[in-house]
Design a protein around this ligand. Structure first.
Ligand SMILES: [Zn+2]
Length: 217
C-alpha cells in the first residue's frame, strides 16, 4: 500500500473507532467517516473503469455492462474491508424484488453487503425496500461534506473519485480474486469471502484487515 493510501486508511480507521467508542463531538471525525462511505460507493464505478483499463502488456478485458458487475461489486467489498468493515455477502444475482428508488423499471443487479459488526444485524434489503443507486448516495454524502457551499462540490467529488481509484490500485489483485469467484459462484457468503481473502491479507497490509480475522480457521 502506498504511504499516502496508508495514511488515509489510518485516518478513516481512527475516525471510525472514535465514533464507535461514542465520541461524536468532532466534526472532522464525522466528515472523515462520511467521505469514506462515499469512497466505498464510488469504488463500484471506479472498479469498472479499472477492469476495462487493460494491463500493461496490452491485454484488455473489454467487458460489457453485465460482465463488469462482478468487478463493480468486488470493488465495493474490498474498499469496505480496507476501511475495517466486515464482509457479509457479495452477489451478482439480480434482485427483481428490490427496485432502485427514482429509477422506474430498474432493480438491483448485484450488491455487496458489509458492516461494522462481525455479523450482519439486518439483511441487505428488507421486503419492499427501495435501494439507492451509488450516484444518489455519493451526491448526498458530497452535499453533507460541502456543508451548503456549492462551489466545493466538484473538488470534493474529484477527491472521492481519486481516493477510490488509488485504493483500488493497491488492492486490485484481491478485487480480481473475488470477481473471478463471483463469476463462478455468483454469490459468496461471509465464510467464502474470508476463505478467499484471509490467506492473502498479510500481502497487502496487516493493519486494515482486522475484519477478516474472525471466523477464519
Ligand atoms: Zn455499486
Amino acid at each position: 500500500m502506498t504511504p499516502e493510501n496508508r495514511e488515509y486508511v489510518s485516518s478513516v480507521l481512527a475516525a471510525k473507532s472514535k465514533l464507535k467508542a461514542g465520541d461524536w463531538s468532532d466534526q472532522n471525525v464525522w466528515n472523515t467517516w462520511v467521505e469514506s462511505t462515499a469512497v466505498v460507493c464510488a469504488g463500484g464505478k471506479a472498479g469498472e473503469r479499472r477492469a476495462n483499463r487493460g494491463s500493461d502488456d496490452g491485454w484488455t478485458l473489454a467487458l460489457d455492462h453485465q460482465g463488469l458487475i462482478p468487478y463493480h461489486e468486488a470493488s465495493h467489498l474490498l474498499l469496505a474491508i480496507v476501511f475495517g468493515d466486515f464482509p457479509y455477502q457479495v452477489t451478482i444475482e439480480p434482485r427483481p424484488d428490490v427496485r432502485i428508488a427514482g429509477e422506474p423499471g430498474y432493480h438491483v443487479g448485484g450488491y455487496a453487503h458489509y458492516g461494522h459488526a462481525p455479523l450482519p444485524k439486518e439483511p441487505a434489503f428488507r421486503p419492499g425496500h427501495e435501494a439507492e443507486d451509488d450516484e444518489t448516495q455519493i451526491a448526498r454524502e458530497v452535499a453533507v461534506l460541502a456543508d451548503g457551499d456549492e462551489s466545493r462540490v466538484p473538488m470534493i467529488r474529484q477527491r472521492i473519485e481519486q481516493r477510490a481509484a488509488a485504493l483500488l490500485d493497491d488492492v486490485w489483485p484481491w478485487v480480481m480474486v473475488v470477481a473471478e469467484a463471483l463469476i463462478h459462484h455468483r454469490t459468496l457468503g461471509q465464510d467464502e469471502i474470508r476463505e478467499i481473502l484471509a490467506p492473502r491479507r498479510g500481502q497487502w497490509d496487516a493493519q486494515e484487515s482486522e475484519s477478516l480475522k474472525c471466523g477464519v480457521t
